[in-house]
Each structure stands twice: as structure tokens, then as C-alpha cells.
Ligand binder design. Sequence first.
Ligand code: FMN
Length: 400
Amino acid sequence: MTDFNQKRIILGITGGIAAYKAAELTRQLIKAGAMIRVIMTEAATHFIAPATFQALSNQTVWTDLWDTRIQNTMAHIELSRDSDAIIVAPASADFIAKIAHGLANDLLTTTCLARTCPLFLAPAMNRQMWEHPATQRNVSQVQNDGAVLLGPEEGEQACGETGLGRMLGPDAIFEDLASSLSPKLLRGIKILLTAGPTYEAIDDVRGITNSSSGKMGYELAKACVAAGAAVTLISGPTSLEPPRHSRTIAVTSASEMHEQVLAETPSNDIFISVAAVADYRPANQQQGKIRKSSKKMILELVPTKDILTEVASSPNPPWCVGFAAESGDILAKAQEKLGRKHLPLIIANSTSAIKAADNEVTLIDAQSAHKLPRMDKTSLARQIVAEIAKRYHSRNTRSD
Ligand SMILES: Cc1cc2nc3c(=O)[nH]c(=O)nc-3n(C[C@H](O)[C@H](O)[C@H](O)COP(=O)(O)O)c2cc1C
């Protein structure tokens, strides 16, 4: 289940080139379980046809203030009353100006004025239009009136210029919207996470790593942000985009991760150790590239430091959550790790989850083992975060 399940969302589309990105946003919201009703301005219909949104949302698209489909012809009241949120993407300079002044001369502006639910705006315009004092005044006004701005971002624009004013991509809007609608279970809590593999150099071009994609840790970082936490993510090498609205520190080796984690530990309330940290590293890193020869080569490995054990046994430690990726008797091995490292919570999963898009985990603490069903890592991360929040907030009434 996602934060959008059964949520009724109005997607407003105004006249800008970025209107095409709203099609992908509609698809993502529908896939996440939202019920989408699309309202387009007249200008928006010049950029993309209503039929696209009708097909994607499975609902007729609203374009006309004078639509007689609703019995009393007050579509603006009817549509806004039973909605959980309105997102206008793209929000044109013209549209922002209108709502800043309370104008209501089409269905979208009238619905926004009549709303009782949160309003999100994803501006999209040429950088000079965005920077113009009139637009900036209007943006401040709509924010003061309670609208939440998602973006814009810097980048290449349709007009060929580069600068601030580009609409956020559908993924980013989706994520920010999900965050805004999520219950703030960890509001104000500082959370440190590790994610990804580590890379232990053998020589200048070769090394030992593992197949961790970093996906579980990154999704947990995003879910913590959505729950209102201040997140620091220390990540080994991955191909993933750093999670939005969190501080990401990139490291390579287990010893770099160890150093960064210990430096960050005192300023965090919770530590979630998700990274697949190397247990061993080469005793010596060779300079340059080792030349091939016909002789047998023996690589000496030495153990790395156990980051989680050190954090958990530090003076005044954060509330620690470990991950145990095991094969064989996963639960017994995770339970042993929980006791040995003196952790309040450990999350057991199979080593087969390391590269996969979905996962199945069991949360083990001193009292119980709680299994969560197999699901995609994004949904799973949200459920794990809800479980962590529950346990963290009741930690003083429990024995852990
Ligand atoms: C080709 C073209 C592209 C445009 N792109 C944008 C844009 O990206 N952002 C914007 O604010 N206005 C843009 N405009 C101007 C708006 O379409 C115009 O202000 C329109 O009145 C907006 O109407 P609406 O706010 O009711 O949708 C563009 C106009 C044209 C002709």
C-alpha cells in the first residue's frame, strides 16, 4: 500500500511545454492507487490533448467552468470538496498570477479558490519569466496563502536557454507529493543511514565489492524523509540518484564508511545500518596495476571494523537498527546478531534480496518476530519506517 492508495487527487494542467510531463505523472499516480481527476486550462489543451489524460486516468477530463455534467453545474465545488489534494503541474506564470490575486475565471482557478484541501504547484516557465519580480511577488503570495511549491529546478529549457524555471520531473513531483501526504511519524528525528556496497581496492584498477544495489537503503532514506525526519545517508558506490531533501555523503571503502558513520553518530537519534559493508579487505593495496604472470597469487585479507557494533556500543548510542542479509536459517542467524550486537531491532532478509526490486523481511526485536509480506522495496521501506517509528516512540516503555 502506498500513500496514494484511494487518495482523490485533482491534477491541474496549465499552458506550458511541460504539460507533456503531466501524462507520466498521471500514470505514476494511477499506478500507486490514486484516483485522478484532471482539469485542464484552455491553453493546456493546445499543448496536449485531453484524450491522453482521459485514457490514462480512466475519467473524463474537465476543461469547462460551465460543464453541465454536474447537476447544479458547480463542478468547481463538487470536484474540490471530495479531494485530498490538488497538484497543478505545470503551473504557468499566468496561472500563479491568477491564484495570487484570487482570480477565478476558469474551472481550474475557481476550483483552487473553492478548495478545502492542500494545493501543490509545480511551476514551469522560461528562466526570465520565473525571475521576473512580478512572478516572484506572486509566488510569495501563493506560498503565504498556503500553497506548497514543488520546484522549479535548474536546467535546459524548451526555449533553448538554461536556468531556473524548469518543471521538476514526474518522479520528483511524485516523490515530493508522497512525502507531503505521508504521516509525519518521525517529525524532527535525526536519522543516519548507510546504504550500498563498499569497494575494497586490490590495486589501482581492481577491487572487491558485492552486488548490493543500494535500493533498500535509498528507499528507506526517502521513506524517513517522507516521515518528517532529517536524514543523512552515507552511501557506498551505487548508480542511484541521491535521495531528495537528504544529505548524502559518498564513500568508497568500509574504512571510509566507518570514519564517516562514527563522525555523524553523536548528532543522530536513530542509526539504520543497511549497507552491505565488506567483512574483509586486502591487507595491502598495491600501487599501480598488478601485472599478470603465470604464478599463483595469494591475496591476504584482513577483517574490516564492525561499524554497527561500534555505534551500538558507543557512549549514549543512537537507537540502532541492523539489517541481516542471510542464507539458510535466516531468522536464527538474525536473532543471534541482534543479541551479539545489543540492538533494539534487526531486520532479517534473504541474501537473494540484495539485487532484487522487491523484498520480504522479518522485524525481530527482544519481544517478537514480525513478518512483512513480499512487496516492492518502495512500499516495504514505508512499512519498515512505520514499524521503526512505532518502536522508537515506545522505546522507554519497552525493555529494549
Ligand atoms: C509555445 C508556448 C509555450 C509556452 N510555455 C509556457 C511555459 O512553459 N510556462 C508558462 O508559464 N507559460 C508558457 N506559455 C504562455 C502560456 O501558455 C500563456 O501565458 C497562457 O495564457 C497560459 O494560460 P493558463 O495559465 O490558463 O494555462 C507558452 C506559450 C506558448 C505559445
